[in-house]
Design a protein around this ligand. Sequence first.
Ligand SMILES: [Fe+2]
Length: 234
Amino acid sequence: MNNLLILINQYLTAFNNNTVMANKNQGNGRATQTPQSGTRSDRRMKPTAHSNDGQVEETDLETTSPNSLKMLFEKELKSIYNVEKQLIKALPEMAKSVSEESLKKTFRHHLEQTEMQKERLEKIFHRLRMDREDEKCLVMEAMIEEGKKLMSEFEEGPVQDAAAIISAQKIEHYEICAYGSLYELADVLGYHKIADILDRSLSEEEGTDRHLSNLGRATHDASFDLSDLEMHRQ
Ligand SMILES: [Fe+2]
């Protein structure tokens, strides 16, 4: 039965590829669009009418060998699940440690988003019939520790806030990479609903990063003024 589903999936993939080629040959305006161009959802192959709204696609690829892409996908899911769990523990402390009210608010808001992102991953585990297991992400552990250490080296105020923003953005960039890769893997595996779910978290991480960049500009200016003042006092 699984072999039959795999064959159907391969047939539908070949059918979609042929349709794309035919559209290109007809010069219908989409011919210039390369797989790398456009938005994430533009690039994605749409679920076919036979896909039962994505549900069949999400169960028809078995983890058969250590070389399977699905196994890599699952490992990365467990890793980002651990990342979110670590961040849920770290964010309240980060919000408490900074001085600027808008930065506190940003960390608190991102905590709410992170809790939702964790729940989304749990939904994905359920869809893929996976256990809610996580795999310890040593990179995240190190980044959180590094951030705490950096902040502890400065007094409360704009410079310490700038250190918090830098540390938080390093974490956001890591998450953007992780969710971006997971999105691409979900897409190539034909898990379209799961790709949509991952896309929501990816957009939130990108939004938080942009917001931190904006806050960073103001904080860095304030830090510079403070450093300048101290230099003149010496
Ligand atoms: Fe996150």
